[in-house]
Design a protein around this ligand. Structure first.
Ligand code: ATP
Ligand code: MG
Length: 253
């Protein structure tokens, strides 16, 4: 998984004047010269970047821990989170396992398989729309909206995906004991520009800085080849909730 780690807190110095301070490297203390506080230490907290697999059925998050990619455990203690968002009759929002659990009793307000609609026009999803229990509506631009009678609102798919991303990142934050605002998100290799842009927008709506959108088979081959040094061709089989993808990859080191 293409994730990057920086030290959690790295001191940088910002120039507020002309006098350069002397820095004791052993203690990292800044010694100000005569004439006062012209240089001040600026502490830049460098955060972890997480890798997010935003799946049709389930999602997962990974982060680099001790130089190795590690799957984050969510608040429920699971390594994957159902990509499901629901609104109860009382107007409460549920995300993940808790939303999935109540799907049968609240089908018209439980949004699953939303990845099938992200970045797509209503006229492209005739087949997919028959496979969900909630109502889809077409907005003025022909885009797909998800109708939520419980709260009388219509959501764009990226707004629902944003709720899933928000939970994933909140849980990752707790697990890593660090603020998380930067992410790399994977998408199927067949996703077009509109679907990629909408996935990035979902990240933005969730308050994330989406550093990169990468293809799922690329992420899989990166994870596989993480410590390997040989050139080789591999086939990635991804039996997913939305599609079954097979990709051929040539690995060069
Ligand atoms: N190799 C497998 N054998 C049997 N069941 C599988 C296998 N891989 C996945 N599944 C099942 O298929 C379902 C969907 O898989 P998964 O959560 O990986 O899809 P997804 O990542 O959400 O979908 P997509 O990748 O299409 O967006 C899960 O219920 C999972 O248990
Ligand atoms: Mg998948």
């Amino acid at each position: 998984m293409a994730t990057t780690t920086f030290p959690t807190s790295t001191p940088f110095f910002v120039h507020h004047g002309t006098r350069r301070p002397s820095v004791n490297l052993r203690t990292a203390a800044v010694v100000y010269g005569r004439g006062g506080r012209r240089w001040r230490p600026l502490r830049v907290a460098c955060e972890k970047v997480v890798g997010i697999d935003l799946g049709t059925t389930n999602s997962a998050v990974a982060a680099m821990e001790g130089g190795k990619p590690t799957i984050v455990t969510n608040a429920e203690g699971a390594r994957t989170t159902p990509s499901v968002v629901a609104y109860t009759k009382a107007g409460d929002r549920l995300v993940g396992q808790i939303a999935k659990r109540q799907a049968v009793v609240n089908p018209e307000n439980t949004f699953f398989s939303v990845k099938r609609f992200i970045g797509r026009k209503m006229n492209e999803v005739a087949e997919e729309s028959k496979q969900v229990s909630y109502r889809l509506v077409r907005d003025d631009n022909g885009n797909v909206k998800l109708d939520c009678p419980a709260i009388g609102k219509q959501f764009a798919a990226e707004e629902i995906s944003a709720q899933v991303l928000r939970k994933l990142v909140d849980d990752a934050s707790k697990f890593l004991n660090d603020k998380v605002t930067k992410a790399v998100i994977t998408v199927p290799a067949y996703f077009n520009d509109s679907q990629r842009t909408a996935t990035k927008d979902a990240g933005r709506i969730a308050g994330l800085d989406v550093l990169r959108i990468i293809n799922e088979p690329t992420a899989a081959s990166l994870a596989y080849g993480f410590e390997k040094k040989n050139n080789e061709t591999i086939l990635v089989f991804d039996l997913g909730g939305g599609t079954f993808d097979v990709s051929g990859m040539y690995h060069e080191f």
